[in-house]
Design a protein around this ligand. Structure first.
Ligand SMILES: Cc1cc2nc3c(=O)[nH]c(=O)nc-3n(C[C@H](O)[C@H](O)[C@H](O)COP(=O)(O)OP(=O)(O)OC[C@H]3O[C@@H](n4cnc5c(N)ncnc54)[C@H](O)[C@@H]3O)c2cc1C
Length: 387
């Protein structure tokens, strides 16, 4: 189909990537976001090769390489500082044809915003409803503005409003029973080797550092906590020092290096797989359709894959928009649902839901064959739209 106009609700990774892909296909786009200033949620993100390939296709490969960290290996260590496993990622890169890039979210967002066109984004626009008729779909905003196009893309994240229209009912995100802290530190000695992704695990918790561009590490911590705890930013270093007391020296160094005021603290949620991703001319994309725990590092990658698949079906078919959206749903629903459930299972294991299963996992890590790890990663990467 040619000459379509898309109304995109949400200027996160999913919405911006969709805007880039659709404009490259010759479509007109308008992007709306409720926020007054676009700020990425979180400090860093690891875009696995499947996500990077989509961005390559959109002409952003060189910029990704500039902002991405050179992550050549991955290492699990115990909270007593024993090496549990060590995986060379170079064979994976050769297997799938593209290296993954851990990046700062600010760098990623700036890159996507520039490519999408900042003038296409309208801020302070909170979508409150969606409606459609035979020939068009309309997003309705709190301030009374109405934006009408051939398609509405609901890229409005885990607390999506557009999802309610698509499903015909509300859905509550599910608390994953753990808190994630994340931020960025300079890559100083005493933390981690500059091409290594290290994960310390033990006591149903984890602490990790991975290299991003600009000689920095993206770090994250995770620990099981009841829902509803809050700790003010100025106290977050003390909170981490307490939860990770006795953990290895690099973890202690990290806690001392991090800026508590710039350390995000998030209760992690996901969504049960939805019964549908589309209704008529309205498509859910990214976290609005399949928010996942970050354990597999695939949430953002799936948003980017969604953008590629949705645009492709609109471009390559000619029946009508609802038909293209049905095809998009058929391609994306099973893959994204499976990844949500797979990530949830792994999350439960990491964070000690069943302590025996977690202990068993620590044992398995010690015996893990690196080739099995890279094959498993390659399977996830290669079973998406970008082979
Ligand atoms: C701690 C953590 C670590 C992660 N690590 C990784 C990783 O390593 N790799 C990976 O691939 N993924 C990772 N993810 C997942 C990834 O961050 C998300 O999947 C991704 O950001 C989803 O993008 P999105 O565009 O769908 O939604 P969002 O980024 O949530 O964007 C939604 C946008 O919609 C706007 N919006 C919301 N409601 C409205 C409304 N009513 N009207 C208008 N605008 C609205 C918001 O302001 C926001 O800008 C991680 C997630 C977390 C929490």
């Amino acid at each position: 189909m040619y000459h379509l106009k898309a109304i995109i609700v949400g200027a996160g990774i999913g919405g911006l990537t969709t805007a880039i892909a659709m404009q490259q296909a010759g479509y007109e786009v308008e992007i709306y976001d409720k926020t007054s200033k676009l700020r990425p949620a979180g400090a860093g993100i690891s875009l696995w090769s499947n996500g990077v390939k989509v961005l390559n296709r959109l002409g952003l490969g060189k910029q990704m390489a500039e902002i991405g960290g050179e992550m050549n290996r991955m290492e699990y260590r115990s909270h007593k500082d024993e090496q549990l496993s060590h995986v060379d990622l170079i064979p994976l890169i050769h297997q799938v044809g593209q290296r993954p890039y851990p990046v700062s979210r600010t760098d990623l967002q700036n890159m996507l915003l520039e490519a999408a066109g900042a003038d296409k984004v309208q801020l302070n626009m909170r979508c409150i409803a969606v409606e459609e008729d035979e020939t068009s779909a309309t997003a309705i905003f709190e301030n009374g503005h109405r934006a009408t196009g051939d398609i509405v893309v609901g890229a409005d994240g885990i607390h999506s409003v557009t999802r309610e229209y698509v499903l015909g009912h509300g859905t509550e995100p599910r608390y994953a029973d753990y808190v994630n802290w994340n931020g960025i530190v300079d890559a100083k000695p005493g933390l981690c080797d500059p091409d290594n992704w290290v994960l310390y695990v033990g006591e149903g918790k984890r602490a990790s550092m991975m290299p991003i561009g600009g000689d920095r590490f993206y770090f994250f911590f995770g620990a099981p906590l009841a829902k509803g705890t809050t700790v003010e930013p100025e106290n977050r270093r003390d909170e981490l020092a307490n939860i990770f007391s006795g953990w290895p020296t690099p973890v202690q160094n990290l806690i001392q290096e991090l800026d508590p005021l710039e350390t995000n603290r998030l209760e992690i949620h996901d969504l049960n797989p939805l019964e549908r991703l589309v209704r008529g001319r309205v498509a859910l994309l990214g976290d609005s359709g399949h928010a996942t725990t970050p354990t597999l590092g695939q949430g953002g990658c799936q948003a980017v894959e969604d953008a590629e698949a949705l645009t492709r079906f609109l471009v390559t078919t000619s029946i009508d928009v609802p038909d293209a959206l049905k095809r998009y749903e058929a391609e994306r629903k099973e893959r994204t649902s499976n990844l949500v459930l797979k990530a949830r299972k792994r999350t439960d294991t990491i964070y000690g839901k069943d302590p025996d299963a977690t202990e068993q996992w620590y044992k398995e890590l010690r015996q893990e064959n690196p080739e099995d790890v890279t094959n498993a990663l390659a399977k996830v990467i290669l079973s998406g739209p970008m082979r």
